[in-house]
Design a binder for this molecule. Structure first.
Ligand code: IMP
Ligand code: MG
Length: 206
């Protein structure tokens, strides 16, 4: 079979069992790579003033946004620092948000700095509604938000967000940083999982 899943099979020694769990590929690695470059250019332009570029503090929300952050920052020729925040909203085998909890942060002094908050996916908006005000309380010069994916839900579309990589259907996805029970983050494409895989989580997601 040609197509993204068969190309992943070339790595089957590494990805092994995970390939059998995939239902569909929603966004390919080529599409992601292309869009990341576009986003990086737009974000860099938006942070460049007549006097020159401004400094950024990139804040990926861990764990999901670490892959996005690693790829995006290498296309941003801007002086930047990195801050970290760990937020949990889909603990374990959850397929729906269980409420967002800030588990920890390592931001440094962000007073007066331009913050670019990164998240893997915008779903209920609960994470951003919790994290953006927390950051604003620390007196940054600005806070902008970039998400790789946004689900086709009105609550997601109504949540303020400056940069969106892809609008996707309202389905549970994994890969490129996104997980199910902390697995699948290392898949290079955005995929859905077979029902038989996620069915193990029925009690949590009733
Ligand atoms: P929100 O707070 O409901 O907008 O969801 C944001 C967080 O929930 C993301 O940072 C993800 O960690 C997680 N999440 C939402 N949808 C998915 C999904 O389809 N797959 C994996 N994680 C998800
Ligand atoms: Mg997350």
């Amino acid at each position: 079979m040609a197509g993204p899943i068969s190309r992943l099979a070339a790595f089957s020694d590494t990805f092994g069992q995970m390939l059998d769990d995939i239902d569909r590929v929603l966004v390919t690695r080529e599409q992601i790579a292309q869009r990341i470059q576009e986003l990086a250019r737009q974000i860099t332009d938006d942070h460049t003033t007549a006097e020159g570029e401004t400094e950024i503090t990139l804040v990926p929300i861990l764990t999901g946004a670490m892959v996005l952050a690693a790829d995006l920052m290498r296309h941003m020729p801007v002086r930047m620092k990195i801050g970290l925040m760990t937020v949990s909203s889909y603990p374990g085998k959850s397929l729906r948000t269980q409420g967002s909890n800030v588990l920890g942060s390592q931001l440094g002094d962000i007073h007066g700095r331009h913050i670019l908050l990164l998240d893997d996916i915008l779903d209920s908006g609960g994470t951003l509604r919790k994290v953006v005000p927390l950051l604003k309380e620390m007196g940054p010069a600005s806070v902008k938000v970039c998400v790789l994916l946004r689900k086709d839900r009105s609550v997601a579309k109504e949540t303020p967000c400056d940069y969106v990589g892809f609008d996707i259907p309202d389905e549970f996805v994994v890969g490129y940083g996104l997980d199910f029970d902390d697995y699948y983050r290392n898949l290079p494409e955005i995929v859905t999982l077979k029902k038989a895989v996620t069915a193990t989580a029925a009690s949590l997601n009733g």
